[in-house]
Design a protein around this ligand. Structure first.
Ligand code: 6OG
Length: 155
């Protein structure tokens, strides 16, 4: 498939002890799924700045110690846009997660992650993040509920 454009996105997974913070996406792309916090990087900001901004906008947390641990490329069959998604994590943050118009945040125990209500790729790479690994991956979707092929490597 020929890709004609790339969108640069961020995805932030906050950890606290043995819990991780996910948000129920209330609207837009991925609505109805639990996911980390993130979105499009805006012109004039770095990818890290975009990650921090989205974390603040979507659940009111701030973190000065986000670490980039993964790079995921998503394509959808018959869609020329490739989503270049930079994955960050941290266990240091300020504030209490708060529901916003975009997301309803909730802590999940790492052994009780709601994979059934998440993007299908998450069950492949989220365990790597939890184990402290760095990773790079590519996923080709057909629609939102089927992966046609994928490739995932730890770095
Ligand atoms: P907005 O459209 O809300 O940004 N995202 C994905 N996350 C996972 N786990 N799997 C996918 O598989 C994803 N595709 C996109 C990146 C979209 C948010 O959703 C993430 C952004 O954080 C296809 O601005």
């Amino acid at each position: 498939m020929s890709t004609t454009s790339r969108k640069v996105l961020t995805l932030v997974i906050i950890r606290k002890g043995s819990d991780i913070l996910l948000g129920m996406k209330k609207r837009g792309f991925g609505a109805g799924k639990w996911n980390g916090f993130g979105g499009k990087v805006e012109p004039g900001e770095t990818i890290l700045e975009g990650a921090k901004r989205e974390l603040q906008e979507e659940c009111h947390l701030t973190s000065d110690s986000l670490k980039e641990v993964g790079l995921l490329e998503f394509e959808f069959k018959n869609d020329p846009v490739l989503l270049e998604t930079h994955v960050f994590t941290s266990n240091q943050f300020q504030g209490e997660p708060k529901e916003t118009e975009e997301m309803n945040p909730q802590w999940f125990s790492m052994d009780n992650i709601p994979y059934q209500q998440m993007w299908l790729d998450d069950k492949y790479w989220l365990p790597l993040l939890i184990q402290g690994e760095q990773f790079k991956g590519y996923f080709l979707f057909e629609g939102h509920e089927r992966i046609l092929n994928y490739d995932l490597t730890t770095l």
